[in-house]
Design a protein. Structure first.
Length: 224
């Protein structure tokens, strides 16, 4: 890539930062591998799984790295340089420069309050998993609950039956000592900064399907 072209890209990046138009500078990469295909990975609960165009080295909480704090994102990029996915994505000099720009854009976005709130929620999830001794599968289900997926979509994402999803819900509810999605999210609230979590909680009401199933289960429990 010519020096003039590289300089032009960085001048455009500078203007985008000043004007708040970072999205317009995002660089496409035709050589970006799909990490789950590269490693034959079927971890549907991983935040990088089945998301074409995502840069797995920019994602917090990936299964391959067992999670990484936002403040350590730079060291994560350095660690990922040895990974086959990153190497293929940056083998060509032009692609390497493109991904450098993408990493700068991503780092700047991480200072956005909404992004920081999501990171704190993910940290809270890790504390819940540790405190209540949730299994790996229960963590995957809880992560998808956080994404406000209905039970059918959770079943599809994890490639398990609806009955198995229902069983995991019951186990999560029992460990957290709750009876609904809303109550489970409020337990998570206790492990996050409350002020940061309020906006997320308000937008995370359970679906009609979950409310109906939870009410039926609670009714059955009362009869028993």
């Amino acid at each position: 890539m010519e020096t003039d072209k590289v300089l032009k890209m960085f001048f455009e990046l500078e203007n985008a930062i000043i004007n708040g138009n970072l999205s317009e500078l995002w660089q496409e990469n035709d050589h970006l591998p799909l990490c789950w295909e590269e490693f034959k990975c079927e971890k549907a609960g991983c935040p990088a799984y089945n998301r074409p165009g995502i840069r797995c080295w920019q994602v917090s909480g990936t299964f391959c790295t067992h999670g990484i704090l936002n403040s350590e994102m730079t060291s994560k990029w350095e660690a990922c340089e040895a990974c086959e996915v990153f190497r293929k994505a940056t083998q060509a000099k032009e692609d390497r420069i493109k991904e450098l720009i993408n990493n700068i854009i991503f780092a700047l976005r991480c200072f956005d309050p909404a992004s920081l709130r999501i990171i704190r929620i993910k940290k809270g999830l890790e504390r819940v998993v540790s405190h209540y001794k949730l299994t790996i599968r229960e963590k995957e289900v809880l992560l998808l609950i956080l994404d406000r997926l209905p039970r059918k979509d959770i079943s599809d994402a994890l490639k398990i039956s609806h009955e198995t999803v229902k069983m995991h819900f019951k186990h999560i509810y029992k460990k957290l000592n709750v009876h609904s999605v809303s109550a489970a999210l409020r337990v998570l609230d206790q492990f996050c900064s409350g002020a940061e979590y309020v906006a997320f909680l308000d937008s995370s009401e359970p679906s009609e399907e979950d409310l109906e199933e939870d009410n039926l289960e609670e009714s059955d429990n009362n009869k028993a």
